[in-house]
Design a protein around this ligand. Structure first.
Ligand SMILES: Cc1ncc(COP(=O)(O)O)c(C=O)c1O
Length: 428
């Protein structure tokens, strides 16, 4: 009887795959992984435990797991040019929580970006930082440049003396002032943590700032946004003492089973990044800039026109004149264009369900092989749907037609359909 439900679930998932195969997936925090990454995600590692360190586990049966995790460590050090890597956090949020717990205690202050200025919830009192009991204060923000206001924030840091200076963001258009924050951190004995979740693939491809070299003590990240991995988190540092503290907070602190199949797949994605990362990251940034400029020329209020719109994979648009982020994101979804509504700095946090903005990321469509020409086509589709009010069904059909030419994943070792559903034969 319940097999009917199983069939139903599989069909729903197949429909989901078909939907994405005919859509423009432009959520800035997502990506598709290669068939090799997906193959490894489905391996037997997903059934195992490997508590402890490589070569020194609390469980037997870890010989091959050790072999793979040694590769994760070696490739991470090479790709990110770092001395120490803690690859076991199972998400970006857990990586942040571990890093915060390693260097601060209940009641200590941390300065970060507020959510409306682009910060992630884990940087604030409603999530990881709050669970740890950190006292959160916020950077002063320069809305014109969509970046931290350095002078005003330095003044605030001198007065407030936070224990953690937390950089990085979810709405992350331009590199953050790491060098300046490290200098003041030295002055007040603070730790600079840089959350690279959004831009890890761009850092790996050498097309964004180099947070460790610029002075961050610790870099935390997820490995599935601009990066090619399955979902998961990691932490890097060049400081041995900090590494030891971080490591303890990860295990036994926050992770028992570190989702070994995801870490094996991370190994594959590290190799993919070493091989293809630079070419991919360059194209991501070219695509973001091209799309931003085309949208701006059509009359959209793309943020930061005086500063080149973006240096990352993201674009932010104020769509309040078009009815707000909620209405616009839903209209785009009906035309198979998937973006998210987003708070902008001038929004009241209470407006989170209908903020002024939308956020767009081009990393996934870049991985599908799209280039400048497609960005121009997409900008025109946005204009026809949202400004000229052409019908959703007409634009949807054009999206489906456009996607017919981009069925494969690029920047990887094998050619395979992007949104294929790997179906096993089931005997009833
Ligand atoms: C800047 C930033 N940090 C952390 C996270 C959380 O990552 P995860 O979803 O892996 O917990 C996100 C997620 O979007 C993010 O944008």
């Amino acid at each position: 009887m319940y097999f009917e439900i199983v069939k139903k679930i599989r069909n729903i998932i197949k429909e989901h795959h078909k939907f994405y195969d005919e859509a423009l997936p432009m959520i800035a925090s997502e990506n598709i992984s290669s068939p090799l990454v997906r193959e490894v995600v489905s391996c037997d590692f997903q059934h195992r435990y490997a508590e402890g360190d490589i070569g020194n586990r609390y469980y037997q049966g870890c010989y091959y797991i050790d072999e793979v995790e040694k590769i994760v460590v070696d490739l991470s050090k090479k790709l990110f040019n770092c001395n120490y890597i803690e690859y076991r956090p199972i998400s970006g949020t857990i990586a942040n929580l571990a890093a915060y717990a390693a260097v601060a205690k209940h009641g200590d202050k941390m300065i970060s970006l507020s959510v409306k200025d682009g910060g992630h919830i884990s940087h604030t009192d409603i999530s990881a930082a709050g669970i740890l009991g950190l006292n959160i204060i916020y950077f002063e923000f320069d809305v014109k440049r969509m970046n931290i206001d350095i002078d005003k924030s330095l003044k605030k840091i001198r007065e407030e003396r936070p224990k953690i200076i937390n950089l990085g963001a979810s709405l992350f258009l331009f590199p953050h002032p790491v060098k300046e924050m490290r200098e003041i951190a030295e002055e007040i004995d603070a730790i600079v943590i840089y959350d690279a979740s959004h831009v890890l693939g761009l850092i790996a491809g050498k097309q964004f700032q180099k947070p460790l070299e610029e002075g961050a003590h610790i870099v935390t990240s997820s490995h599935h946004k601009t990066f090619f991995g399955p979902q998961g988190g990691l932490i890097m540092t060049n400081d041995e003492e900090l590494y030891k503290k971080v490591k303890k907070k990860v295990f036994p602190g926050l992770v028992s089973n570190h989702h070994l199949h995801h870490k094996a797949a991370l190994a594959i994605s590290l190799a993919e990044m070493l091989e293809f990362g630079e070419r991919y990251a360059k194209q991501v940034i070219i695509n973001a800039k091209t799309l931003a400029e085309e949208l701006y020329n059509y009359g959209f209020d793309v943020l930061c026109p005086d500063y080149g719109f973006t240096e990352s994979h993201q674009i932010a648009i104020d769509v309040s004149k078009l009815g707000g982020g909620d209405k616009v994101a839903k209209k785009l979804e009906k035309a198979n264009i998937i973006v998210n509504k987003n708070l902008l700095p001038w929004d009241d946090i209470k407006k989170a369900q209908n903020p002024s903005g939308i956020r767009i990321g081009v990393q996934e469509i870049t991985r599908l092989g799209m280039k400048e020409n497609e960005m121009k086509i997409i900008a025109e589709l946005f204009k026809r749907l949202l400004i000229d009010n052409e019908s959703e069904s007409k634009i949807k059909q054009e999206v489906i037609n456009l996607r017919k030419k981009f069925k494969y994943i690029e920047y990887c070792f094998v050619k395979s359909p992007a949104y294929k559903y790997y179906e096993f034969e089931v005997l009833e």
